[in-house]
Design a protein around this ligand. Structure first.
Ligand SMILES: *Cc1c(COP(=O)(O)O)cnc(C)c1O
Length: 711
């Protein structure tokens, strides 16, 4: 990637570093990560693990120091070779002799690939990122379409009173592994999109994720008016007008970009309904070639996969019909389409003009392969959208499911992966979707697994202490509190993690329902328990913010100060620390609102045990008395205080009667043998099933391949 190499001004001997930094492959290769970290661990942290910033900041002396360090140079060459080998190797996909001349275009509003590229808000984005990493590892022909959110998603600062203040980054493309997309005469590509009265100029950046590209659209161009320039500024911020324009840019602009690049697209995969305007552009393009609307609609639908990600209303985007018509009327007029027909596609009941313009019904109607993200969510979605198919029974509603998975190399701590390397078959990583690959976890000596776990927990506790101290100093807490921060928490105590977006249905405050009972659990003299929280509330979600404040207030109480910590500004770095260090991962949403919830799959890779409501993926993963716990019964919540109370009681009971006693039951050598047995079962049962290699292969076999093969 020429631009980055020239920008970095590295001496020739060090240029392999810029090649490595230019491909996000480094984020999931332990050797590459270690290489950057070694250059200067402190600065690497300060720069938010952004290797380009790190390399830019190197002084001449630093550069000489590195070049004179033979060991470092040798390892740099080795990582460089690994990268080249990775990008050139014959892939799993190639070995299957699957079609290679066409590709899948995957549209997503957000991509969560690494903390240094914060263009995502939560699970939806992280899932898209993991999808691409696995697609790259396996060698699938896929291109991504997303948006370069220059101000990223909201950053979280929590004030002394627990209130969350919002801040936004300013991302500089110069400091990211982005390559401006150029045309044949090497001028930056520019699209012109007409949206109502606005003419929107759109540029694009190419991001290399291993072997596959993601194109990020950008309206921050001098040609645009200020309000259009800032369209691709903040993710999930701004008014309805802004949002619909952002989605027009993503869907229609994304499709135009693919055309301009002459990408041989066999089918589109819409990751959530945000990108559904893409379908209208595709229809318009076909109508322009002389096809009838009906035929165009049929062709577009037949080559579209749509994944719905949530039953929660806020996640199913809808616009006022008037607002949608404002932009779609000129579009339809310019493209010989009938506006009324298009508007009807967006309603569950096409005849009901009072219904909002729903991106989910639009996507459902303009696709033929549709899925939810867990078995339960598939069921819930069929019920929820049954009215789109009048005359069909709920069972017949054509929405299936592909259960989410996580990218193992991203989420498994390198030391845990190294431990597995010593016991598992050589090819366990690429064949991680086979249960037998993990069978040898049984052979790992209990002591080895436990010692590693304790050390990962220790480094999590360190992170929590540092983060807490930093916040206390910022909010001007007393010197006494500040110095106490260095010793909060106990490295050996039973540690429970809860980290996710603070959407209210996730009920972050459930465990505080009975403070006396919680106090007794946490502050038990022989069997202490501690809680680590992290997560942002959406800036417009006042209730979610009040949950953040409540957790912080409880955490600040004298009796909980040493037992509860809130880590501010949840990101993938905090997530990696949490999931590799906790004993238990807590998840207590209102069933069935957690469509999948992937975070619990990540601690399981390290033997962390899930303690969860039977919602999302957990009914598929949970094995009683083996790999974790279910909170309460698998009944659907009616959203009442009674349900909350009942679930809180079930949670306390499970902690008191099962989790805590099992954790503190030690043998003579001090090992919790039965707990370790469950840790191993957690890895053995969850790792091979809930990884994104398995997920991507399911999309490939059930959804992509028939479309890649069809002509
Ligand atoms: C895994 C992950 C998520 C998804 O979490 P769920 O709430 O379980 O869906 C969100 N944010 C980050 C940073 C993650 O790593």
């Amino acid at each position: 990637m020429q631009t980055i190499i020239s920008k970095l001004k590295l001496p020739k001997q060090l240029t392999p570093l810029s090649d490595i930094a230019a491909n996000l492959w480094w984020t999931w290769n332990a050797n590459a990560r270690a290489l950057f970290e070694e250059i200067d661990p402190k600065r690497f942290d300060q720069y938010g693990h952004n290797p380009i910033k790190l390399l830019c900041g190197l002084s001449e002396k630093d550069k000489i120091r590195l070049q004179e360090n033979e060991n470092f140079m040798r390892r740099m060459q080795r990582v460089h070779k690994l990268l080249n080998r990775y990008t050139r190797a014959r892939t799993w996909y190639a070995q299957q002799k699957y079609p290679r001349n066409r590709c899948i275009a995957y549209f997503s509003m957000e991509f969560g690939l690494h903390e240094s590229l914060p263009i995502f808000a939560g699970g939806l984005g992280v899932l898209a990122g993991d999808h691409f990493k696995s697609a790259s590892d396996l060698g699938l022909p896929i291109v991504g379409i997303g948006i370069f959110w220059r101000r990223g998603y909201v950053r979280q600062r929590i004030d002394g009173d627990g209130s969350q203040s919002a801040k936004y980054d300013r991302l500089s493309p110069d400091m990211l592994p982005l390559e401006e997309v150029r045309n044949a005469s090497s001028r930056p590509i520019q699209l012109k999109l007409q949206a109502g009265d606005h003419t929107i100029a759109i540029g694009a950046w190419r991001l290399n994720v291993g072997r596959v590209p993601i194109y990020l659209l950008d309206t921050n161009l001098p040609e645009n008016k200020p309000e259009i320039r800032s369209l691709t500024g903040r993710l999930y911020a701004g008014d309805r007008e802004t949002r619909i324009l952002q989605e027009i840019v993503l869907g229609m602009g994304g499709w135009q970009l693919l055309n301009k690049l002459k990408a041989p697209v066999a089918a589109c995969h819409l990751n959530e309904g945000h990108a559904a305007f893409c379908q209208l552009q595709r229809i318009a393009d076909l109508v322009a070639t002389g096809k009838s609307y009906a035929q165009a609609k049929r062709e577009v639908s037949a080559t579209t996969v749509f994944t719905t990600h949530t039953p929660v209303p806020a996640g199913n985007e809808a616009f006022a019909q008037k607002l949608a018509a404002k932009y779609l009327r000129p579009f339809c007029e310019a493209n010989n389409l009938n506006l009324d027909r298009i508007l009807k596609l967006s309603r569950v009941d096409p005849t009901n003009a009072n219904e909002e313009f729903g991106m989910t019904p639009l996507a459902l109607r303009l696709s033929t392969k549709r899925n939810g993200v867990s078995a339960l969510h598939g069921e819930v979605s069929r019920k929820m959208w049954a009215a789109v198919w009048p005359g069909k029974t709920v069972k017949q509603v054509p929405i299936k499911h592909v259960t989410n998975g996580v990218h193992t190399d991203t989420w498994m701590h390198p030391q845990m992966a190294a431990l597995l390397d010593a016991y598992l078959p050589k090819d366990w990583r690429i064949s991680q979707d086979r249960t037998r690959m993990f069978k040898a976890v049984e052979q790992i000596p209990d002591e080895a697994l436990w010692t590693l776990h304790e050390s990962l927990k220790q480094s999590l506790v360190e992170l929590a202490r540092q983060s807490h101290a930093k916040r206390l100093s910022r909010i001007g807490a007393s010197k006494q509190l500040q110095s106490a921060a260095a010793t909060i928490l106990e490295p050996n105590a039973l540690t429970i993690g809860f980290a996710r977006r603070f959407a209210t249905y996730k009920r972050a405050t459930l465990i505080f329902s009975d403070l006396k009972r919680l106090d007794a659990i946490l502050n038990h003299s022989d069997c202490p328990v501690q809680l680590l929280f992290s997560g942002k509330a959406h800036p417009a979600d006042t209730e979610g913010q009040s949950f953040v404040a409540q957790v912080c207030k409880h955490a600040a109480k004298t009796k909980f100060r040493n037992r509860i910590v809130f880590l501010e500004d949840y990101d993938m770095n905090i997530a990696r620390h949490l999931v590799s260090g906790v004993d238990v991962w807590l998840n207590n949403p209102r069933r069935p609102q957690e469509a999948s919830g992937t975070s619990g799959m990540k601690p399981a890779l390290h033997g962390g045990l899930n303690l969860s409501i039977l919602d999302g993926w957990w009914p598929e993963g949970y094995e009683r008395n083996r790999n974790g716990w279910a909170i309460g019964e698998p009944t659907d919540s009616k959203n009442t205080k009674m349900d909350d109370l009942k679930d809180a009681k079930a949670l306390y009971r499970c902690l008191e009667k099962e989790v805590v006693p099992l954790f503190y039951k030690r043998d003579r050598a001090g090992l919790p043998k039965q707990w370790i047995r469950r840790m191993k079962l957690s890895i053995m049962t969850i790792a091979p099933q809930f990884n994104s290699h398995r997920m991507v292969k399911e999309y490939l076999k059930g959804y992509y391949l028939p479309l890649l093969r069809k002509r």
